[in-house]
Write a protein that binds this ligand. Structure first.
Ligand code: FES
Ligand code: FES
Length: 165
């Protein structure tokens, strides 16, 4: 019989690919992604659910991967920043580049994933709606305006075309 602290397999679909990790009951989703699967695009800042740097999508919903246990993701779809673009930059990444919405880039993967989820749910958001939707993500560099500019332009373009991210 397996002891409680011994790693056990967890199966998930990460960025569209079936993956199996080996985790203890206390392994976080962030640690599974970064340490076992090498997906270091998901950043860890506060590790206590405050900064949003570790945001990934779990079955299309944004979650703090530092607070989510890997076993909670068993059988689920997990999308990380590595899966955003299929080679070239994702259109939202292009907007971040155009508007200089990043400086050190530490917060950027979390902002991108949170914004993709927000726009998917509600394209053509107002700036106030974008601020509210991204209020759980902290940036220490940009002053937020360029990030709002980038998401607003992306959101408006999708809204005009009647598309979702
Ligand atoms: Fe997860 Fe800050 S590292 S919220
Ligand atoms: Fe540095 Fe946001 S770009 S923390």
């Amino acid at each position: 019989m397996r002891e409680a602290h011994e790693p056990a397999p967890v199966r998930l679909i990460i960025n569209g690919r079936a993956e199996t990790g080996h985790v203890t009951p206390r392994t976080t989703l962030a640690d599974l992604l970064r340490h076992e699967l090498g997906l270091t695009g998901t950043h860890l800042g506060c590790e206590q659910g405050v900064c949003g740097a570790c945001t990934v999508l779990l079955d299309d919903l944004p979650v703090r991967s530092c607070l989510t246990l890997a076993v909670q993701a068993e059988g689920a779809r997990v999308d990380t920043v590595e899966g955003l673009a299929g080679g070239d930059m994702h259109p939202l990444q292009e907007k971040f580049w155009k508007h200089q919405a990043l400086q050190c880039g530490f917060c950027t993967p979390g902002f991108l994933m949170a914004a993709v989820a927000a726009v998917r749910e509600a394209p053509a958001m107002t700036r106030d709606e974008i601020r509210a939707r991204l209020s759980g993500n902290i940036c220490r560099c940009t002053g937020y305006q360029p990030i709002i500019d980038a998401v607003a332009e992306y959101s408006a373009e999708l809204g005009e075309r009647g598309e979702r991210s």
